[in-house]
Write a protein that binds this ligand. Structure first.
Ligand code: SF4
Length: 346
């Protein structure tokens, strides 16, 4: 007997895996990758997966559902939470995907670490029932931590799993889970922070900006996560690195956006046709920045002035390297006034 268990990395889903395993069922943990989670990409998540797979005693399967998730961010059937978090649609999507995986893996049901009433909207009892129905898993979705408070499921009815050995946790308190963790010998665990980046008010102003300008796609989301974000015109935005890590990411995005000069096999320089521009200060420490979209000469100068603003130079003018359409130039600019910088920052 096998069961797919949705795994987020927090204690609740760790307990769900352990409770299933304790009844002699093979738990297959699955973690869904989405653009608004802390680790957004497979390469970033490998150490995380290895560590948790060891704790769970079962290898975690990763599934990337970013593209489908973006569609529900734009048009959630069941609306948003407090910010741009479409939690109900998101859970339906994850469970639908878990159901597909269940078929693929020859598993018999799906389990989650959800606790009834833990989150005001998406974990209300009625909402749990709605999510189950909409996911196509009706009867085959077990919430082992709250099972005793919920309707009998098929795995319980058919005695694949003993209902008596499941739990009846509810509400926001964490004490019962902590006690269970202690009994199961789980000591190294974390509580998931209150949701993904879509629950973060200040980040959501950037999502709002991308939505308003018809710009919401995976590339722009990664970009918006990488540094200070500025809207210079309806068709042009700029992201300025905040630290070394952010600068490296921005360089990578600039390369992805095909801004750098490239050479073909005959070593002839091929000019990029990308609508992007890359900036970095010349000869002094400072941020990398990338502008994406259609821009005027004035907007390009303003972007260079923003980059100059974030250098430590005491000089009146700062030289900024500019790479665009396969060409490289240097421009000497004054720092943009702080008030204007603040107005342009999203
Ligand atoms: S907080 Fe984010 S990841 Fe979590 S359910 Fe809501 S939308 Fe999905």
């Amino acid at each position: 007997m096998k069961a797919i268990v949705l795994f987020s990395g927090g204690l609740d889903s760790t307990l769900a895996v352990k409770v299933i395993q304790a009844q002699g069922i093979e738990a297959i943990p699955v973690h869904f990758l989405m653009p608004f989670l802390q680790c957004g990409e497979v390469s970033e998540i490998t150490p995380w997966r290895d560590k948790h797979s060891q704790t769970l005693g079962a290898p975690i399967t990763l599934r990337d559902i970013s593209e489908e998730f973006l569609k529900i961010v734009e048009h959630p059937r069941f609306g948003y939470g407090k910010n741009f978090n479409p939690c109900i649609d998101c859970k339906i999507l994850m469970l639908r995907k878990a159901g597909e995986f269940m078929e693929e893996a020859g598993a018999s049901f799906v389990a989650t670490g959800e606790v009834a009433g833990q989150r005001p909207k998406s974990q209300h009892k009625d909402t749990l029932n709605l999510i189950e129905k909409e996911s196509g898993l009706k009867g085959y979705l077990l919430r082992p931590l709250s099972a005793k408070l919920l309707r009998l499921t098929i795995p319980e009815e058919k005695k694949w799993i003993e209902r008596d050995k499941l739990y009846g946790f509810s509400g926001r308190g964490r004490k019962p889970q902590m006690e269970l963790a202690q009994r199961l010998g789980i000591t190294d665990y974390s509580w998931p922070g209150g949701g993904c980046l879509l629950t973060n008010e200040s980040f959501c102003t950037r999502i709002d900006d991308l939505l308003k300008h018809g710009d919401l796609n995976l590339f722009n989301i990664k970009l918006a996560r990488s540094g200070r974000y500025f809207r210079l015109s309806p068709s042009f935005k700029l992201v300025v690195g905040k630290n070394e890590e952010g600068n490296e990411k921005i360089k990578k995005f600039a390369a992805e956006a095909d801004i750098y000069p490239v050479r073909d096999k005959t070593e002839t320089q091929v000019f990029s046709t990308s609508n992007g521009v890359y900036f970095e200060p010349k000869g002094l420490p400072g941020p990398s920045a990338v502008g994406i979209g259609n821009y005027t000469e004035d907007e390009k100068i303003k972007a260079a002035q923003i980059v100059a603003r974030y250098t430590d130079s005491d000089d009146d003018s700062v030289e900024v390297i500019i790479k665009e359409k396969g060409r490289e130039s240097v421009m000497s600019v004054k720092r943009l006034d702080d008030k204007i910088v603040r107005e342009l920052m999203v």
